[in-house]
Design a protein around this ligand. Structure first.
Ligand SMILES: NC(=O)c1ccc[n+]([C@@H]2O[C@H](COP(=O)([O-])OP(=O)(O)OC[C@H]3O[C@@H](n4cnc5c(N)ncnc54)[C@H](O)[C@@H]3O)[C@@H](O)[C@H]2O)c1
Ligand SMILES: O=c1ccn([C@@H]2O[C@H](COP(=O)(O)OP(=O)(O)O[C@H]3O[C@H](CO)[C@@H](O)[C@H](O)[C@H]3O)[C@@H](O)[C@H]2O)c(=O)[nH]1
Length: 331
């Protein structure tokens, strides 16, 4: 039985593919390489370059491979871009997910694991936020993902398809064995930006907002190591294969760090005191969002192994150095 990984050439999908191979699973990747990289897909894994909303291509893939499970990562993921181009986000993240689900149901696929996001909560009233908190996404990105959760709920009632939707909090770090990492050239994620500043790949960085109602005035986030996140999908797969019911689970460590704490950690681990400017708030940022993780622990048996900000930062630094060397050599 083969697992179809959409978006497997991207940041999280490439770590998932490695995790699946390490677990002895057979994998096929479908990716249009819009933000992913061919080199991020291990050579032994078939990479189909194409669009996950292409019904004819999907039919062909399901005819050629014995696919019982899909792990669906492919999406557009930049919140401000979604504000400027909502229709592009509803097309890629929502309408194409409908096409993928339709093809999956037609082909008799039994299990579906979906990359959802903490963005479905918007600015939560309580922290840590549980899965039962009200869902008030504030961006087209968050809404485009929430609609897929709703589609999954309805489709799983009508057809023989069960699912787990995982709501990721802030994904960070790199494969501990140095095989993959966050490679998007213009990534805006805090740890990536701070690591690039530490390595002199950018002149410095900005802190967006210092007047939030948090202990040091900067935003609080729950940073989860990408390998722990990939393992959550393996746990979800095991759950569904064992006949477990459809579920929605948060993925995070249940504690947060402020922007200043993250920057301080990057400075300490790298030994570089890079330039930091204080700037205005970035539109759409919630002050604090931290995952309650009781459900994923109890229902999927998920246990974090890399819950340590220094380790996350060290591995992100190692990966960024590797990436810089690769870009310099033109590989
Ligand atoms: N990175 C985070 O902090 C974070 C947080 C919450 C949720 N997520 C979700 O995780 C998933 C993966 O995110 P990522 O950070 O790895 O992003 P990424 O951009 O690195 O990966 C997305 C991959 O999907 C591919 N893709 C996009 N549209 C496609 C299409 N129409 N057809 C085929 N391939 C397509 C891209 O080429 C890329 O390889 C996304 O669904 C995202 O919404 C990410
Ligand atoms: O140069 C920077 C970059 C970020 N930040 C701040 O750092 C925090 C974290 O920002 P970022 O790393 O961009 O992540 P989020 O905006 O929290 O969003 C991430 O986490 C969400 C889930 O919580 C996902 O839905 C998104 O896809 C993912 O980008 C925020 O307060 C930002 O304002 C800065 O101060 N300076």
């Amino acid at each position: 039985m083969t697992i179809l990984v959409t978006g497997g050439a991207g940041y999280i999908g490439s770590h998932m593919t490695l995790e699946l191979l390490d677990a002895g699973e057979k994998v096929v990747v479908l990716d249009d390489l819009s933000t992913g990289f061919r080199w991020a897909v291990p050579q032994e894994v078939p990479l189909i370059v194409g669009d996950f909303g292409d019904a004819a291509l999907l039919r062909d893939i399901f005819a050629r491979h014995d696919i019982q499970s899909i792990i669906h990562f492919a999406a557009k993921i930049v919140v401000p871009e979604s504000v400027a181009d909502p229709l592009g986000y509803y097309l890629n993240n929502t309408a194409k997910a409908r096409a993928l689900l339709a093809a999956a149901v037609e082909a008799g696929v039994k299990r579906f694991i979906f990359s959802s996001t903490a963005a479905v909560y918007g600015d939560p009233e309580h922290n840590p936020v549980t899965e039962d908190e009200s869902l008030k996404p504030v961006s087209p990105y968050g809404r485009s993902k929430l609609m897929v959760e709703w589609m999954l709920e309805d489709v799983s009632r009508a057809h023989d398809l069960s699912y787990v939707a995982l709501r990721y909090f802030n994904v960070a770090g790199a494969d501990p064995l140095g095989r993959s990492g966050q490679s998007t050239p213009k990534a805006t994620h805090l740890i990536k930006v701070a690591v690039q500043a530490a390595l002199g790949l950018r002149p410095g960085m900005q802190v967006f907002g210092t007047d939030y109602p948090t202990p040091d005035g900067t935003c609080l986030r729950d940073y989860i190591h990408v390998t722990d996140l990939a393992r959550a999908h393996l746990d979800a797969l095991r759950h569904l294969r064992g006949g477990g019911e459809s579920l929605v689970c948060n993925c995070g460590y249940a504690h947060g760090f402020s922007v200043l704490e993250v920057i301080e950690t990057v400075k300490r681990v790298s030994g570089v005191d890079f330039k930091v400017d204080f700037a205005a708030r970035r539109p759409g940022d919630p002050a604090a969002i931290v995952a309650a993780n009781d459900r994923i622990r109890s229902r999927l048996g998920w246990t974090p192994r890399h819950d340590d900000l220094e380790t996350i930062v060290r591995q992100a630094l190692d990966w960024e150095r590797k990436l810089a060397a690769r870009n310099e050599s033109g590989a």
